[in-house]
Each structure stands twice: as structure tokens, then as C-alpha cells.
Design a binder for this molecule. Structure first.
Ligand SMILES: Nc1ncnc2c1ncn2[C@@H]1O[C@H](COP(=O)(O)OP(=O)(O)OP(=O)(O)O)[C@@H](O)[C@H]1O
Length: 291
């Protein structure tokens, strides 16, 4: 288990991370989200013991086998995939034969376009990124730290990466990653921590987070007089799309039932969907509130 307990980090009086607490257990995935400069990389660097917190405690076993994919990718361009992967493998005590086997298996799984003897400089950005992920995964780490692993990957390759991360989770690896892509947060996270200017503005499981916001979004299609709801108490905003459809934001989630009863008086309605805001919308709301 890893635990951050009231961890802060300051640089010359500037607080990059402010009173951060979370726990991460075996086989769990935690996503760290926040705007540029929110304190994500600083958090990773403290977890890796590259830098010390200014205050608070980080509890983790010092013997953890850690796979780390930094934001600035760190492969040697002039070296072959094989040589540098074998080098990384040796750092983690893997035998050459076993390492070669793993590298090949992972290159296939992640659909790396290139030969194991190719130099990294000949790979496309996405393929180089996948090779770097393999360097972190092949020794079955106890802890995997991925700093913006999806940046520069197309959706097909992003899905391959998601599959690989879920496989690592299944084998018991603790995973912490940062991203600006909320869709991938939704696909992967057991637990989410949202930072804004170093402060934790939201944390919990996805369910906790959605429940905190409630089903405050309403899409209606097929009702002709949606304007009449404008300005009503339970309604925060109506975005009229056309004659008979609108996106509504509710102040009061229970007002959805009043609208439902009203718009279905005449019977059938093709769309009435009262749902949670997306994680993207929640993120933007929280960023606005914290400014
Ligand atoms: N060594 C340092 N000295 C001074 N300030 C620093 C140092 N490292 C980071 N910072 C500052 O701390 C804040 C948090 O930086 P950090 O790199 O952790 O953000 P981030 O969330 O990873 O951002 P991004 O999404 O842009 O990668 C930023 O304002 C940054 O300028």
C-alpha cells in the first residue's frame, strides 16, 4: 500500500502541492488530473523519492519494483529497441532470455510497428511511446507511474495502452497515472484525485464523484415548447438546440420529475435522458470554482 498523508511541496515559498492525501492499494488504479502546473509531476517525483516533501508523510515500501514513464520520454534514440530494453530489464534483475521473450510478447500485444533490432529514432512517436511503456511493464512492477501516457497516441493505440494497464492491474500492480483525457480516466480509474494549483479540489471513486454532482443534466428531444421552462426555479440553464430539443442543466435534480410529467402528458417522447455531468464538465466546473 502507498499512502500520502498531508503532503505538501513548496519551491521558494510557492506551493506546488498543498496538503495532498490518498491511498493506493494492490491492483488499484488512481488517476491524477489537473490543469497544466497543477502539481501532478511534482506528486510523482515525491512518490519516486526524486524530491522530498516540504511537509507530510509518504508511506511506501522502499523495496517496491517501480515502472516509471516520465512526461519527457527517456529512450536513447540511437540505440536499438532490443539493446535498451535489455538494459532496462537487467536493471530490474531480469534474465536476458526471459526479457527477450517478454519484449516480443508485449511488442505484439501493443502492436508496435517495427523490429526489435530497429533504432528508436526510426519509430513513430506513438510506437516509441509504446516501447517506453513496455520498458516499464515487462518486469511486472509493483507500482506503475505513468505521467501523461496517452499524449500523442491515437484512439486505437490509446485503447491498446488501456488494455495493457488493465492487464497490469489484474496482476496486482498499483498504478497511478496523469492525463488530460477524461474519457480514459472514466475507463481506468478506481479512484480519482483532481488538483488545482496544488490543492485537492475533488477526490473519490468515480461513483462518489458522480453522486456528488447528481443527475443534473437533462436532454429532451421531441417536445415543442421547451422555452416555457426558461427561468423556472429548478433550472439553471436551457440550451435550446432546435424547435423540439434542448440540453437542460438543473439546479435541483428532483425538478427532473416535474419536467418529465409535463413533457410526457401527451404521451410518447423519443428522448428524455436525465444523467450525470461528464467528468470533463465536472473538471471544468471545479477549475472555475477554484479560481
Ligand atoms: N523545481 C522547481 N522549481 C520551482 N517551481 C517548480 C519546480 N518544479 C515544478 N515547479 C512548479 O510547480 C508547479 C507544479 O508543477 P508540475 O510540473 O508538478 O505540474 P503538472 O501538473 O505536472 O503540470 P503539466 O500538466 O503541465 O505537466 C508549477 O507551477 C511549476 O512551475
Amino acid at each position: 500500500m502507498i499512502e500520502f498523508k498531508n503532503v505538501s511541496k513548496s519551491y521558494d515559498g510557492f506551493q506546488a502541492v498543498n496538503n495532498l492525501s490518498f491511498q493506493l492499494h494492490k491492483g488499484e488504479i488512481l488517476s491524477l488530473i489537473g490543469q497544466n502546473g497543477a502539481g501532478k509531476s511534482t506528486t510523482f517525483h515525491m512518490l519516486l523519492d526524486f524530491i522530498k516533501p516540504s511537509s507530510g508523510n509518504i508511506n511506501r515500501n522502499n523495496n517496491l519494483n517501480i515502472g516509471y514513464m516520465p512526461e519527457e520520454r527517456g529512450l536513447y534514440l540511437k540505440e536499438s529497441i532490443k539493446n535498451q530494453m535489455l538494459y532496462f530489464a537487467s536493471l530490474h534483475g531480469m534474465k536476458r532470455v526471459e526479457a527477450l521473450k517478454k519484449i516480443k510478447v508485449w511488442m505484439e500485444k501493443l502492436n508496435v510497428v517495427g523490429d526489435i533490432e530497429d533504432k528508436v529514432e526510426s519509430l513513430s512517436k506513438g510506437n516509441a511511446q509504446k516501447v517506453q511503456l513496455i520498458a516499464c511493464l515487462m518486469f511486472n512492477p509493483d507500482l506503475l507511474i505513468l505521467d501523461e501516457p496517452f499524449s500523442g497516441l491515437d484512439p486505437v493505440n490509446a485503447d491498446l495502452l488501456i488494455k495493457a494497464v488493465l492487464e497490469a492491474k489484474k496482476s496486482g500492480t498499483m498504478i497511478i497515472f496523469s492525463t488530460h483525457n477524461m474519457e480514459n480516466v472514466e475507463k481506468l480509474s478506481d479512484y480519482v484525485v483532481m488538483l488545482s494549483h496544488g490543492k485537492t479540489v475533488l477526490k473519490g471513486t468515480l461513483n462518489d464523484i458522480y453522486n456528488q454532482f447528481g443527475r443534473s443534466k437533462l436532454d429532451i428531444v421531441g417536445y415543442n415548447n421547451l422555452q416555457k421552462f426558461e427561468g423556472m426555479n429548478g433550472i439553471k440553464n436551457i440550451d435550446i438546440i432546435n424547435d423540439n430539443s434542448a440540453h437542460i442543466t438543473l439546479n435541483d435534480v428532483s425538478f427532473g420529475k416535474y419536467i418529465f410529467d409535463d413533457v410526457t402528458k401527451e404521451g410518447y417522447l423519443p428522448v428524455f435522458n436525465q444523467h450525470y455531468p461528464t467528468l470533463d464538465e465536472i473538471f471544468k466546473t471545479k477549475v472555475k470554482q477554484s479560481e
